[in-house]
Structures are given as C-alpha cells and as structure tokens.
Design a protein around this ligand. Structure first.
Ligand code: M6R
Length: 603
C-alpha cells in the first residue's frame, strides 16, 4: 500500500527518495509524488499512474534539495488524480500519509466552516489543515503535530516537513514507520519499510505508536529526537542495524519476481527445516514441547488465512488440539469468545496487515498470549507478539504470495511436530527434503503445466475443488489465479459442488480438481459429476492412475508418495505455476496486478 520515503542531509534528497519509492513499488500504488524544500520553498511534484510518470517530470526539472519526502499512494479517499496524490502541502508544511483518518469527514466539515480550504478529496489533507491551524495558534511545530494527531482517529503514519527548517518529523499509530540514520554522512531517513533504506541507512529506529520523531541535521551530526505526545522525551523505540541486502530486488534469469519466488521454494524449504530442526531455531521450537492450548485462535487474511486452514488441520490431526481459523477482518468485530490460557496465532507475510494487527491487539487486551508466524522480522506483528516463528522467506516482491504460503504452512507443521515432541524423528527431516526435491522436479519440468495453461487460459471461469487437506489448497489456487489472471475462479470443497456451484458448470467452465490419495473414490465421483455436465476437467492427482487419465481432459500427475502431511504444498506449487502461465498468456501485470497492494495496511 502507500509507500513513504523521506530524506534530510547534505546530499540531494531526490536520489534516495526515488530509489526508495522504486523499491516499494511492488507493494501496489496508483499515483506518486515528492515534495522538496528548495530555496526555502516547498515544491511539490506529483502525478497519477506509475512512478515513471513522476520520474519523467523530475528528470525535466533536475531539482536539488537537501530535504524532501516522497510517497506512492494507494487510493482510499478520493479518486486517482494528481490532486489527491501525496504530498499535500501549503505555504508552511507538506505531509505524506499512510492509513485512514476515520473522523476525516466530520473534521473537514468543521474546518471548512471555520474558513479553511481544501485542494483534494483526501482524508490526509485534513491532517495538514489541522496542523496548520494549530501552528497558527501556537507557533510551535511539535505541539501542533501532537495536537493534530490527537484530534484524528484511525490508524495512520505521517511524515511532515516544514518550510522553516530541514527537519523531518514523523509519527504513527498502528501503521509501519521506521527512521533511519547514517551518522557518517549526517543523513536522516524515514520510510514505511526498512527495505527502502537498505544501503542508505545502516541504523534503523522503530518508534512505537504515538511517539513523535524529529531528525535534526547540524553541521557536525545527525540526531534523532523522540517525544511522547505530551512532548516529554520518549524512549519508546527500538533500535536495530539494517541487515537486509538488495539481492531480492533483482529477478535474476526469471521474467517475473513471482516466477523467481516459486523457484526459490525448494532451497528455502530445506533451509527452514535445517534452521528449526538442527540449528538456532531448534531452541524456539523446543519451548513448544508438550505445549497444549485449550484453544488456538488463528487469524490472518488472504493467502495467509489459507495457510492457517492447513495449519489447523495439523493441530487437529497431529496434536488433537482445538482451534479456529478466522478471517482477521471478521474476527476483530465479532466480539469473539476468548478465554484465559487460550492462544492467538497470527499469520502474516508482511507483519503489517491492518486487520491481522487489530486481532493481535484484541487478543492482547483479553490477556492471552500472541504467537506469530511471520516473515518480516521487526514488523509490527513481530514486535507485538510474545513468540515469533519466523518463516525466513526473504523479501517477497510478487504481490501474489507464493513462497511465503509454503513456508508459513511448513512452519506451522514444524510447530505441530514440536508440540508432539517428534522433531527428532528421522522421517520428519526426510519428508521435508522429499517435498523440496519434488518441488524442484516440478520447477524443472514446468512445461507440462504450461501446455495445460495454453489449452484453458481463455475459458470463462475456473472452479477449484479438493477435499480434506486439499480444500484450503483449492481456495489458494483459485485466489492466485484470480489475482494475477483477472479471471473468475472459486475454490470449493469437492463435496459441496452439488449443493449449488454445480449449476455453473458448462463447457466454458474448467474444474481444476485436486484428487488426493485419501477419499480417492469420493473425489473421483465429484469429478464425474462435473464431466457429466460437460465441464472441462484438469485433474491434479497421484501418478499413473488410468482412471484419472480417462476421466480428465488434462492430467497433471504428481508423486504423493512419502508426503503424508506435506503433499498439499506440492499440489499448491503446481497451482502456482498454472496461475502464472495463464496470467502470462493473458498478458497481465503478474508482479503488480491491478488494484492490489502487497501489504494491506488499511482495513
Ligand atoms: O502480509 P500478509 O500475509 O498479512 O498479507 C495477507 C494478504 O493480504 C495476502 O496474503 C494477499 O492475499 C496476497 N495478495 C495473496 O497472494
């Protein structure tokens, strides 16, 4: 979603801001802008569409500025126009914003009745106008920031620059924001993601909610000051050196990041298993030995929710522990029954998904422990959870999540085996290595799936079906396809078809039927029902089945042997390839599909 980058220092701010925004492009946006302090004026350049449009304008003007802020906007309030793009500025201040001001509309009316004018339809401009109003009353920037922030409701992050100084100010409430520092070069940075600052800021600060950060560049040093909203000094921030590298920003030999990330999975699977079974991660899992919760509340969104559904299956079947998996945006508002000793398990690649964070906060308020399965170390979810199970996927750039899903499920599986006390079973490590090998084989022989894609990509709709542990995979397969190929796709439990969805079946609909070795005959009968109604059938099933070969129009054969628990992940990779090839044939923007953001930081 919205990306933020700010710079202040002796160099030209344009370079790091544009480079930072480019690195955040993958998160999704629809306009971009920059505000530069030049000759004691705040100069704003902004444009709807891709960052290249903004770069083009900047190229023409070749500005030089020691202080600036940049933003990529994912529209919430107000259409995608240059006026609504950030930064928003006036004769005193410029601001960029990520999040939603929930009481914006009533505040705007109030401010308009007081004579204040607005140039955009955004909620963000309300903050700028409030800040300006309070500054005119107090002539004190910090006080005005604090007062404006205390007046608004909702979760937001703001970065502010002013005409009168080269300071960067920022603060946030349940939205990602980091402050960076390069002491040697006397430079200060702000961003919504430390990834934007790799190579620029070796030192990173993570301010907590409602802490105002002020960067001051003097002729001898760079200093970051932290204040509470009452303007007393604050120590509510964490410090970390920025250990991220830029490897993830290149596609290597692959045409898309999504394809690269699919191919990374075999290695990452082996690495994760070694980390949690044999190396440093073992201690983290050993703490789970014999752990039993009366109930697990699993919450997540999108693909991470699907991972939760697979993990629930492990907790139930391997540990016989009770759990529910709820969509975070539902759980947070349903007044859930949460009792002491129960545990919240939050699954998120980014660790910044607004709804998932709200569930974590809710569980924390109810006094229960928060566990997370998360990719981004240092993310808000990571920092707010009592125990973190990192999935070590590296940066995932493709908006359509692939490797994160696989590693979320694998981490959940390892947690389950740790609770069972079976981490040392020789079979466990072998099973995971086998999964990695089978996925590697699938990656090497991807052409078969491409050929299937060529035969079906023009079809009107796709119904993915599966039973038991493959049901969540049918949901995930359908989500992947609709996200990147913009085609109607739904996932169903195979046994559910005849309770409604079968009405959709005709020769224009494709049934992607996952047929596992379990409940084989029953699942085959479900496929027969589709075939009888002239639907096109792609079966993903166990190798060498004459029955499946005969039944299907296209048969993607996989080796399920030796993967009693992990075969859903193998099937899922086949579906990742299928979605990728269909999208490729349709010519969509695979890595940055329309309307989507990588990290959904607003609800
Ligand atoms: O960062 P998170 O894992 O919390 O993100 C959750 C969803 O927004 C995410 O999985 C989304 O569904 C992806 N676009 C799926 O490919």
């Amino acid at each position: 979603m919205c990306g933020i980058v700010g710079y202040s220092g002796p160099g030209n701010s344009v370079g790091p801001i544009i480079e930072g925004l480019s690195r955040l492009e993958y998160r999704g946006y629809d306009s971009a802008g920059i505000c530069l302090k030049i000759d004691n004026q705040l100069q704003i350049i902004k444009k709807e569409g891709k960052l290249d449009n903004l770069k083009f304008l900047i190229e023409e003007q070749k500005p030089f500025s020691h202080t600036g802020i940049g933003h990529t906007r994912w529209a919430t309030h107000g259409a995608v126009t240059s006026d609504n793009a950030h930064p928003h500025g006036n004769e005193l201040f410029a601001v960029v914003h990520n999040g939603i001001i929930e009481n914006a509309s009533s505040l705007k009316k109030e401010l308009q009745s007081e004579g204040f004018q607005f140039k955009s339809q955004t909620d963000s401009e309300v903050f700028l106008v409030l800040l300006t109003k309070f500054f005119k009353q107090s002539n004190d920037v910090l006080k005005s920031i604090s007062k404006a922030f205390s007046t608004i409701t909702g979760n937001s992050a703001f970065v502010i620059i002013e005409k009168a100084s080269d300071k960067l100010y920022c603060l946030k409430r349940s939205a990602p924001l980091v402050v960076g520092e390069n002491k040697e070069k006397r430079e200060a940075f702000v961003s919504s993601d430390p990834f934007a600052l790799v190579g620029f800021a070796p030192r990173i600060y993570f301010p907590q909610d409602e802490v105002i950060c002020e960067s001051v560049i003097s002729p001898v040093e760079v200093k970051i000051n932290f204040y509470e909203l009452d303007l007393s000094p604050s120590n509510r921030y964490k410090f970390q050196t920025n250990a991220m590298t830029l490897d993830a920003t290149t596609k290597g030999p692959y045409e898309h990041f999504m394809l690269k990330e699919i191919h990374e999975q075999p290695k990452l699977i082996n690495k994760l298993a070694a980390y949690y079974i044999k190396n440093e991660g073992r201690k983290i899992l050993d703490d789970l030995r014999n752990f039993e919760a009366p109930f697990w509340h699993l919450t997540a969104c999108g693909t991470a929710w699907h991972a939760g559904l697979v993990i629930k299956n492990f907790f139930e079947q391997i540990n016989r522990q009770r759990s529910s998996v709820e969509i975070a945006s539902e759980f947070r508002y349903k007044n859930p029954i949460i009792k002491k000793e129960e545990v919240g398990l939050f699954i998120s690649q980014s660790g910044e998904t607004a709804d998932t964070l709200a569930c974590q906060e809710l569980c924390a308020q109810k006094g229960i422990s928060s566990f997370s399965i998360v990719n981004v170390e240092g993310s808000t979810l990571f920092r707010n959870s009592n125990k973190n199970f990192l999935i070590h996927a590296g940066v995932e750039i493709g908006v359509a999540s692939t490797k994160a899903f696989t590693l979320q499920v694998l981490t959940g599986y390892l947690m389950s085996r740790a609770m069972e006390g079976s981490l040392d079973d020789a079979d466990l490590f072998k099973e995971i290595q086998l999964l990695s090998t089978r996925i590697e084989e699938l990656c090497a022989g991807g052409d078969k799936i491409k050929e299937v894609a060529e035969k079906i990509y023009y079809n009107k709709g796709f119904i993915f079906t599966g039973r038991g542990k493959y049901f969540p995979i049918s949901l995930e397969g359908a989500l992947k396809l609709k996200e990147i190929a913009y085609v109607h796709a739904e996932g169903y439990a195979a046994g559910e078809l005849k309770h409604g969805p079968i009405a959709l079946i005709d020769e224009d609909i494709v049934n992607i039927a996952i047929v596992g070795p379990e409940l084989f005959e029953k699942t085959v009968s479900n496929v027969e029902e589709v075939k009888a109604r002239r639907g096109k059938i792609v079966v993903i099933g166990p190798r060498n089945s004459e029955e499946l070969r005969h039944l299907s129009d296209f048969y993607i054969e996989l080796d399920f042997e030796g993967l009693p628990n992990l075969s859903p992940l193998l099937v899922n990779v086949a579906l990742q390839f299928l979605a990728y090839h269909i999208a490729f044939l349709k010519g969509t923007d695979i890595d940055k599909p329309r309307n989507l953001a990588k990290s959904v930081t607003v609800e």
